[in-house]
Design a protein around this ligand. Structure first.
Ligand SMILES: Cc1ncc(COP(=O)(O)O)c(C=O)c1O
Length: 364
């Protein structure tokens, strides 16, 4: 049996107070739907979709790369980057909790024939000597490290921003190791930019490629972009086609992404404030009911994710009890429950969310 993480299904839940399972659960609002309905479209495989061309140009500008290509998902975007910057038998150095390593269905080895070398989180994020020691030089015996992939913000680390000091060191390393490509899984780079008050292009400076998503905190229904040099993006067009991701009049969905970039980027910091409210609640619950609320992974969240840990055997019961009163959260294993704030989690719903948590936890 193949397990899905997205339980429970929402069809049976009538009054949803807040869907905190992920920032991918946002619904397109009226303005976005209107923009989508009136989008000018063309055949994007022929690069004739004016809305997609506009989106790609805007994204390249914001990220500071020469070019960008619209793709259906963040997974495809990350995997095209790997495919283009490695050869079968190479190694990709990655942090052990990364989405690319854990949640992309084994795509790296399956589609590009690479192996991953995993570095523990702190070593990787500080890019210290232990991390660097795992970069494999080209030799007869070893898989050559041809790429480093980092994630900013970091999903499994509670939306943590990649430390700026680590970023500096990893850039300097890339400068002195020309053969090692540097890729950023920037699905939530918008959150990182808001949290650090830096431009997205500054956070991506020195990278060879980056994947950015419109369907997470920005609230668009579909799509991501792979950003890089003109040459990399031209070659990405062919891999996207090969993997079945060539789209035709997709400007109709890209219009949602364009709208999101223009209208939702500036407000993303508001989600961080709501995450702060939940974090305080989780801290309080841990203090008041230490036998039930065991730990909070993100006592002071930098962006839009918070995690609470309960006894593993009780996690599903808590998820179900919350769902029954209209608060949806995601169990992520080991008793951890994730709550993610986004543009459909309204500030005025937070008191109800907090009392639902407190009541359901007490009832465990
Ligand atoms: C950090 C990160 N990278 C990549 C992805 C993949 O995006 P998609 O679901 O569009 O394939 C996700 C999805 O949640 C993610 O959280």
């Amino acid at each position: 049996m193949i397990h899905s993480m997205n339980q429970p299904t929402t069809s049976s839940i009538r009054n949803i107070i807040a869907d905190l399972r992920s920032d991918t659960f946002t619904q397109p609002g009226k303005g976005m739907r209107a923009a989508m309905a009136s989008a000018e479209v063309g055949d994007d495989v022929f690069q004739e979709d004016p809305t997609i061309l506009e989106l790609e140009e805007l994204v390249a500008g914001i990220t500071g790369f020469e070019a960008a290509i619209y793709v259906p998902s963040g997974t495809m975007s990350n995997q095209i980057a790997i495919n283009l910057q490695t050869r079968p038998g190479d190694s990709v150095l990655i942090e052990a909790e990364s989405h690319v390593f854990i949640y992309e269905a084994g795509a790296g080895p399956a589609l590009s024939g690479i192996q991953f070398d995993c570095v523990n989180s702190e070593d990787f994020m500080q890019w210290n000597d232990s991390a660097m020691a795992l970069v494999r030089e080209d030799s007869l015996h070893s898989a050559t490290t041809s790429m480093i992939v980092l994630e900013n913000t970091h999903n499994r680390h509670g939306g943590r921003v990649f430390p700026l000091s680590g970023l500096e060191r990893i850039r300097a390393f890339r400068q002195s190791h020309k053969g090692v490509a540097l890729h950023c899984d920037g699905a939530r780079i918008w959150n990182a930019a808001a949290a650090t008050d830096k431009d997205v292009s500054e956070l991506l400076r020195g990278f060879d490629s980056a994947s950015v998503c419109f369907s997470k905190g920005l609230g668009a229904p579909v799509g991501s972009a792979l950003c890089g040099s003109r040459d990399l993006v031209a070659r990405a067009r062919k891999v996207r086609k090969r993997w079945g991701g060539g789209m035709r009049q997709a400007g109709i969905v890209a219009a949602g992404a364009l709208y999101a970039l223009r209208h939702h980027r500036e407000r993303i910091g508001e989600d961080h404030l709501q995450a702060g409210v939940l974090a305080k609640l989780f801290r309080d619950l841990c203090a008041e009911h230490p036998e039930k609320a065991l730990a909070a992974k993100t006592p002071n969240p930098q962006t839009n994710m918070v995690y609470l840990q309960v006894r593993p055997k009780k996690a599903q019961a808590l998820v179900d009890a919350l769902a029954a009163v209209g608060v949806l959260v995601l169990p992520t294993g080991g008793g951890w429950i994730r709550a993610v704030t986004h543009l459909d989690v309204r500030a005025d719903a937070m008191p109800k969310v907090c009392s639902a948590f407190a009541n359901c936890l007490k009832g465990l």
